[in-house]
Design a binder for this molecule. Structure first.
Ligand code: PLP
Length: 286
């Protein structure tokens, strides 16, 4: 079956879906995006994702290309046209649009909207329980990591550094020696005292939609939640560690650099949160 993409008002074959060479997303990374999980054909946490998109657009002064309600119609249509009846991902990208190349923001440019979607294998609990290794690297990003921009070069380089080191991801470290986040995920640890610790939302991290959902689930479970920066040393001596994101869900971290976390397997609280979050995700399709 052919994949279909939406580009600026038209549904096109994915292979033929193109944007202009002077699109500012291409020239300046002047754009924002969202990745939304699909379960049983329905978007997971659609409202929070679209609200974050709204915030990213407004922080960069990029106009909405259409109303939020109309965008929702396009998302549903792209999911349907790509026949995602079970699991998948839908990707939305909005850039400032096409203008002669100049740094200054052009006054009257139509934002460029692209939506793609792809199916994924159904959620596999056993595969999800498998722990991964992360390395730590300096955080070399700009000071507005709260905006979900398509400017992801440090994240790209960090992820590749992790792969080259045989790890799944890289946790980035700020100038105070504290973990900010993964290259496309939020970082969490569970102290030996049982506290669930994750960095507070600020301009230093992207406030993940999965992070917020897991936070709510953990609060409902009566977990002791602490939002604060934690150091690499703390992370290495944690009882459990994991990361959260739309694509990696709740991913147990069982090695940080050369240090094994706990007994090198998914910890009990991480497992409980993974199961509860999987329930939350799968409920989106009901
Ligand atoms: N942090 C960064 C830098 C990300 O790129 C992402 C997701 O792409 C996240 C955190 C997790 O966000 P979410 O849970 O909304 O997918």
């Amino acid at each position: 079956m052919s994949r279909i993409a939406y580009v600026n008002g038209r549904y096109r074959l994915h292979a033929d879906a193109v944007v202009h060479v002077e699109d500012r997303g291409y020239q300046f990374a002047d754009g924002v995006y969202e990745v939304i999980a699909v379960q049983r054909g329905r978007m997971v946490d659609e409202g929070p994702h679209l609200s974050r998109l709204d915030r990213s657009l407004s922080e960069l002064r990029i106009p909405w290309p259409m109303s939020r309600r109309a965008l929702r119609v396009v998302l549903v249509e792209v999911i349907g046209r790509n026949r995602i009846i079970d699991s998948g991902l839908v990707y939305v990208q909005i850039t400032r649009g096409v203008a002669p190349r100049s740094h200054a923001i052009p006054s009257a440019t139509a934002s460029c909207l692209v939506v793609t979607a792809r199916p994924l294998p159904p959620f596999d609990r056993d595969a999800a329980r498998k722990g991964v290794a992360v390395i730590t690297i300096p955080d070399i990003r700009w000071k507005r990591c709260d905006i979900k921009t398509v400017s992801l070069l440090p994240n790209v380089l960090g992820k590749q550094q992790a792969i080259d080191a045989g790890a799944f991801d890289a946790w980035m470290i700020d100038s105070d020696g504290a973990v900010t986040e993964g290259t496309a995920s939020n970082a969490w640890i569970i102290s030996t005292a049982g506290e669930l610790i994750t960095r507070q939302a600020s301009t230093a991290i992207l406030n993940g939609i999965t992070r917020c959902a897991v936070f709510g689930i953990a609060a409902d479970q009566g977990c002791t939640l602490v939002e604060r920066p934690f150091t690499v040393a703390e992370a290495r001596s944690a009882a459990e560690a994991f990361q959260t994101s739309t694509t990696s869900v709740v991913k147990p971290v069982v090695r940080i650099d050369d240090t094994m976390i706990g007994d090198g397997k998914i910890g009990p609280l991480t497992e409980r949160l993974l199961d509860l979050y999987a329930g939350h995700m799968l409920a989106a399709g009901e």
